[in-house]
Structures are given as C-alpha cells and as structure tokens.
Design a protein around this ligand. Structure first.
Ligand code: PLP
Length: 372
C-alpha cells in the first residue's frame, strides 16, 4: 500500500481534468493568437477557463490573468505594485510562502521599501490590532500581503477583517490564496482584494499553470515584455492545455467543495484524535479551526523523530514537513521558527484530500505508533 498524505504540496490530476485537456494536447495545436480556425479553437478553451474562474470568484473576466505558477502571480503582484502603485511600505507576516517572503525582501533591499513583519502567535495567527496600528503608522501608500491559509500548518487568516482594515486605511491587499482556492469560498464582490493568486496543481489541475486576480481599479504593468498575450499583462505563448486544465479543475473543485470538505474534515479529525492518543508528548501544531486539509503534528525532538519522515516513506507513506527541500537536505522551517517551535519539535505535515480513506489514516497511525 502506498499512501499519499502530501496534498498541500501538490494534488493528483483529476481524470476528468485530463480528459478536458487531452483534445488540446492531441488535436488543437494552434497558437491562440492566430486568427485562423486552428487558433480560434484553442482561444475558446482559454476564454472558457477565464470565464469559469471569474464567475466562481465573482470577478470580472478582465481581472483574471494566467501565469506560469502562483509563484509568478505573487511576484507580479508585489513587484508591479511597488513599481506602478508607488508603494512605500509593505506589511506582511513571517509565515508567508517563500515566493512572497523573498519578493518582499527583494523589493525592500533594492527598491527602498520599508518592510514590516507582523508578529504571529504559537498557532501562526497575526493580530488584527497590530495590523491596524501598523496601517495607521507606516509611510504610505501601503501594500499588505497576508496569505489566506498557511501551507505548512494550515492557519487561516481572517481575510474579511484584513480586507476591511485595508479598505479603511486605503491600503492595497494582496492575498496568497493558493491553499484555499477551490477548497474555501472566496468572493471578490464582498471581500475587497487588490490581488489574489492561484495554482492549478493545488486543486487537482495540472502543474505549471497559475493565475492572478488583479482588481480592475489597479493599473499595473507586466513583469515580462513581449507579445500582447493576456491583454498585455503576461507576454509569452499561452500554456494552452494547462489553462484548459486549471479552469476545469477549479470548476470541479468549487462544485464539489462541500462534499470534499466533509470527507477531509472527518479524516483530519480522526487523524488528530488518534495521533494525540499515541503519546502525551505529541503536539498538534495546526490550529483546531485551521485548514481542513492540513494537519501539522509536532514530535518532540529525539533521534527517532529526526528520522520520522524517512521512516514513514519507507513504510509507504508520503508526508512532508512543508519546508523547502533542496538537494535532499531539508532546511529548517521559517514557519516553525516564527511560531517558536523549531527547537523543540520535528513537524510532520499530513495533508489530506477527498481521495484519501479512513483505512489509510488507521494504517499510518499504526505505523507511527511503532516508530515513535
Ligand atoms: N503560495 C503557497 C501558499 C503555496 O503553498 C505554494 C506552493 O507550494 C505557492 C504559493 C507556489 O505555487 P506554485 O507551485 O504554483 O508556484
């Protein structure tokens, strides 16, 4: 038995999504910028995807732009906001994804931007009072970049209140919604965002395709210069099959949201109860009301727990810590550092999907009990 509990890292491609992509891969090879029939067929796939995404977010189709990834979408939001919206200060949190942390660090070091990091508590929550104080005191115009759900520990931010505060203080709000799109409802007609980012492979779509929502009031220029694709916002021939796939995957995720939510909630709750029962020293790092797909479990640091992820892998279970891994060497997690648990615990992130079963949960708990 091989078990996949790393759905926050990436999800498998839904076969229905694959079926939707196949004609674009096999038959419709035209360039969507061509005005002849070969081009027009593919253009239809792209515009259908855009329309689907826009409708589910209650955005206008003119506000959705396809990118190569959410990493690109987040870089575009931050770097173009600094360059074109005259941003002077950025307020963000220390638990953002690296693509946000590193791009905000880049602009603060190279573009004379004041970078303000909010504090987070042991569960990774920012304090709204601190955000409001910062919004009142820092030099404007201000960009706030706070993610919806943390990818390592699943902490969910109160994005309605954050967007209200940003509106009240005339700040731009960029929200990395990569872990929640297709899993939690997001409605840009009731919550005011300047920028949102999404990634196809997090909701059972293909890898290498993402999108950015840019509120129509914000006039920014592209990062890449070239052709006039994506209405001049993102030059480069479109990833046609990826775009076909991301639209279909998002559609299915939204339509199936409630059903999938119910099954993953049961898996997470059961896992959490059973893993806690294994030993008093085990700590559930994720907040109880955190992302229903993500459960980060802290095992006190010992020589055994140092090897836990490797031993799980050998036992046929794929889980991760959620931290960056390069050349096989895991660096320590900036999220675990920010919440003050890095020295005491080895964290393992189990992230679930509706494709997982209770049997898999039970098997993993049984294996864990023999490993700790
Ligand atoms: N933001 C968050 C919260 C993520 O979890 C990820 C993916 O790990 C990204 C951004 C980057 O997404 P992509 O893989 O599309 O570049």
């Amino acid at each position: 038995m091989r078990i996949y509990f790393d759905n926050a890292a990436t999800t498998p491609l839904d076969p229905i999504v694959l079926d939707h992509m196949l004609p674009v891969l096999k038959e419709h090879h035209g360039n969507p910028s061509s005005i002849h029939q070969h081009g027009r067929v593919v253009r239809t796939y792209i515009e259908e995807s855009r329309k689907t995404i826009a409708q589910h977010l209650k955005a206008s189709i003119a506000e959705i732009f396809f990118t190569s990834s959410a990493t690109e979408a987040n870089n575009l939001a931050i770097q173009a906001a600094v360059r074109d919206l005259n941003i002077k200060s950025i307020i963000t949190s220390p638990t953002e994804h690296d693509c946000v942390l590193h791009s905000t660090q880049y602009v603060s070091e190279n573009k004379d931007i004041q970078l303000h990091l909010l504090s987070v508590d042991e569960k990774g929550h920012i304090q709204l009072e601190e955000l409001e104080k910062k919004l009142q005191s820092v030099e404007g115009p201000v960009l706030v970049s706070i993610m919806h759900a943390n990818n390592e520990i699943g902490t969910i931010a109160d994005i309605s209140s954050i967007s209200e505060l940003c509106e009240k203080h005339n700040a731009f709000y960029h929200c990395d919604t990569v872990q929640t799109l297709g899993k939690y409802p997001i409605d840009v007609s009731t919550q005011r965002f300047s920028f949102l980012s999404g990634s196809g492979h997090k909701f059972y779509g293909p890898k290498g395709i993402g999108f950015i929502y840019i509120n129509g009031d914000n006039i920014i220029k592209p990062l890449l210069y070239g052709g006039s694709q994506e209405r001049n916002m993102r030059a480069g021939t479109e990833n046609t099959y990826g775009i076909a796939g991301i639209g279909k995957a998002f559609d299915l995720s939204v339509l199936e949201m409630e059903k999938r939510a119910e099954s993953v909630s049961t898996l997470r709750h059961t896992f959490s109860q059973k893993v806690k029962a294994l030993d008093d020293s085990i700590k559930i790092i994720s907040p109880e009301d955190g992302h229903r797909h993500i459960l980060s479990v802290g095992f006190p640091k010992t020589s055994k727990s140092d090897l836990l992820k490797f031993n799980l892998d050998i036992a046929g279970i794929s889980a991760s810590s959620g931290s960056a891994c390069s050349s096989g060497v895991e660096s320590s997690s900036h999220v675990m550092n920010a919440i003050g648990l890095a020295n005491d615990y080895n964290a393992v992130r189990f992230s679930f999907s509706h494709l997982n079963t209770l049997e898999e949960v039970n098997y993993t708990i049984e294996k864990l009990s023999s490993m700790i």
